[in-house]
Design a protein around this ligand. Sequence first.
Ligand SMILES: Nc1ncnc2c1ncn2[C@@H]1O[C@H](COP(=O)(O)OP(=O)(O)OP(=O)(O)O)[C@@H](O)[C@H]1O
Ligand SMILES: [Mg+2]
Length: 681
Amino acid sequence: MDEEGLECGKPDFVLLDQVTMEDFMENLKLRFEKGLIYTYIGEVLVSVNPYQELPLYGPEAIAKYQGRELYERPPHLYAVANATYRAMKRRSRDTCIVISGESGAGKTEASKHIMQYIAAVTNPSQRAEVDRVKDVLLKSTCVLEAFGNARTNRNHNSSRFGKYMDINFDFKGDPVGGHIHSYLLEKSRVLKQHVGERNFHAFYQVLRGCEDAELQKLHLQRNPAVYNFTRQGAGLSALESDEKSHYLAVMEAMRVIGFSAEEVGSVHRILAAILHLGNIEFVETEEAGLEQGHVAVAEELLVDHVAQLTATPRELVLRCLLSRTVASGGRELIEKGHTAAEASYARDACAKAVYQRLFEWVVNRINGVMEPRGRDPRRDGKDTVIGVLDIYGFEVFPVNSFEQFCINYCNEKLQQLFIQLILKQEQEEYEREGIAWQSVDYFNNATIVELVERPHRGVLAVLDEACSAAGTITDRIFLQSLDTHHRHHPHYTSRQLCPTDKTMEFGRDFRIKHYAGDVTYSVEGFIDKNRDHLFQDFKRLMYNSSDPTLRAMWPDGQQDITEVTKRPLTAGTLFKNSMVALVENLACKSLFPGPPAGRDTCTPALRPLRLTLVSLSVLRCGRSPSMSAASSPMRTRWLPGWTRTTVATRSRTWGCWRMCGSGGPALLPASLTPDSCSGTR
Ligand SMILES: Nc1ncnc2c1ncn2[C@@H]1O[C@H](COP(=O)(O)OP(=O)(O)OP(=O)(O)O)[C@@H](O)[C@H]1O
Ligand SMILES: [Mg+2]
C-alpha cells in the first residue's frame, strides 16, 4: 500500500478521518485522477470503470500480487483474487466472490480478470487436464458473451443474463473443472430492442462473419437491416471488420471448448431460422385456410427456409404457424386455426423460445466439457470451489417491466443475504464477545423480499394466480388484485392507492420502495411474460427435427398433447426458485465464515463491522441519479452529500470478508462510474 504516495488519497476508505459521502467521493475522485481505479473498504474492493486501457493487468502485475497478503500491495482485483484463492487453498473451504454494480460498471471485465489471475497462478506442473480446464474456463466467456450479451444504451457489451460460475480445485489448488449457472436471459430482446440497442451479438456475427457460401446455405443476406429482428440495431453495428473478428474469435473459442463442426453448423442454422421466422407475416384470407382458420403466410418461401434449417417437415412448420392442437376432453384432439394476431404471437413465442433453448444448450454444452473428470473423492480428496457471481445490478428505466421486476428482486435477495449473514452475525458476535460497538441502525429489507415472494400473497404468487385463472384475466385485473393484497404494505403503492401521485398511471403502474430506491413498474405484459406460453405443437416440431443438436434442446417435445396435463411453472416462479437456490448456495460458501479460532491474535477484528456498514451505505446511496431519493434514515442522511458531488456513482457494493484468516473471503468488488467518463464510451 505504501507504494502509493499521500497525494493519491486513501487506499482504504477506512482510513478516512470522517466517513461522509463528500469525503468518500472526494477520495475516489482524487484516486481516479491518478489512474488508481481500485480502493478498498476494508476487505471490499470498489472499482471505478476507466473506460480505457490502463497498464494495470498482465503477467507483471499478476506476479506482483501472487502470494502476497491483501494489504501488502495497492488495492487491485488481483489482490482480491489472490486472497480468495489463498483462503480457499489454506482452509480447503468453498469460497466465493460476488461482483455487483449497475450495467456498464465493469462486472464482467472484473470477472475475466479474476479468472485470468487464477489461470496464471495455477498448474505450475503443467498438467494437461488442468490446462484443458483452464482453456475452457477462459474461452467460455467469449462464447457466452456472443450468445448472452448485446449492445445497450449503457454498455456496448451488456450481459443480458446473470452468471454464477463455480471453479473446482483439487488439493494442490489447480482447477480441475467448473460449472456455470445462468439466470434469466432477457429473451424478449430477440424480438425487439430499444432505440440505440441491438439484438444479441450472435446474430450480427453470423451475418457479418460467415463466408458467402455459408451465408447462401443459410439463405441469409449480409445486411442485418433485412431482418425484422436485427433491423433496429443494423445501423449501430460495430465496424464490419470487428464483427468478423469477433465471429472468428467465437468460432475459435467454440473449437477449443470442444463444439463439433456439426454442432456449430446447427447453431448457425438455428440463428438463421430465427431470423427467417421473424420475417414471416400473416395475412387474413377470404378462402378458408387450414381447418377453420382464415390466415395464411404472406411469403411461403420463408417457411421453406425455416423447415430446411430446422430439419423439420415443411407442412408441419406451416401447420404450427397457422393453428394449434387442443385436447378437448378425453383423448380427442381438435385443430384450431389461429387468427393473424394469434399466429404472430405464436411465432414470436417460438422465436424467443428457440433462442433461449439455444443459449441454455450452449451453457450446458460448456458445462459438459468442464465437468470435473475422473475424480474420486476417496482417492483425490474433496474438491474445493471458488464461485464468481456476475449478476445484474439494480435496474431503473423510464418504463420498467417484468424483467426489471425480476432483476430488482434478485438484488433484494442478495441484499437480504448480506444483511442476514453479515450485519446480524457481526453484531451478535460483537455482543457475544463483549466488544464495545456503536449500534448502527440498518434497514432490513426482509419485508420487501416477502412482498415479492411470500406464498399466496406475494406479488409473484398473485401473478401466478392471475395466470392460472380461467377466462380472460388482464394485467389490469392483476394490478387490482395486488392493490387489494398490499394496500397497507409500507413498500407498495399504486395510483389507485395514492390517487394524487401523478407519476403513476391508473390501472397500469405499481411502485415498490426497494432498498435502493423506488421503482415504478408497468404491469403491461406481466401476465404474458410470466405465463411464457409456447404451444406444445412447436415443442413437438422441434423435438422431431432430424437435426440431433436441435432435437436435444427440446426433450419436453416428446410429450403427446394429451399427456401435457400439468401446467408448466411460470417464468416468475422458476426465477424465484433459482434465486432461492443461488442464495442458499452462496450462504453455505465461505462468504460468511464462522468465528475464527485464534481470535485473540487478530487485532484488526474490530474493523469489519464498521467497514461493512460503510459499504452498506454506499450500497444504499450509490444509485443511478435517476432513482428517487426516498426512504430510509441512513440514505437520507447520506444523500445530500451524494447529490452535491460532481462524480455520480452508478453502482453499489457490499460484502464482508472478516479478517484474520477466519475462513474465506466474501468480496463484492463493485464499480463506480463517474459521469465524467461516460462520454468516452
Ligand atoms: N478495468 C477496466 N479497464 C478498462 N475498461 C473497462 C474496465 N472495466 C470495464 N471496462 C469497459 O467498460 C465496458 C463495460 O464493462 P462490463 O461489460 O464489464 O460491464 P458490466 O458491469 O458487466 O455491465 P452489464 O451489467 O451491462 O453486463 C467494457 O466493455 C470495457 O470497455
Ligand atoms: Mg456484464
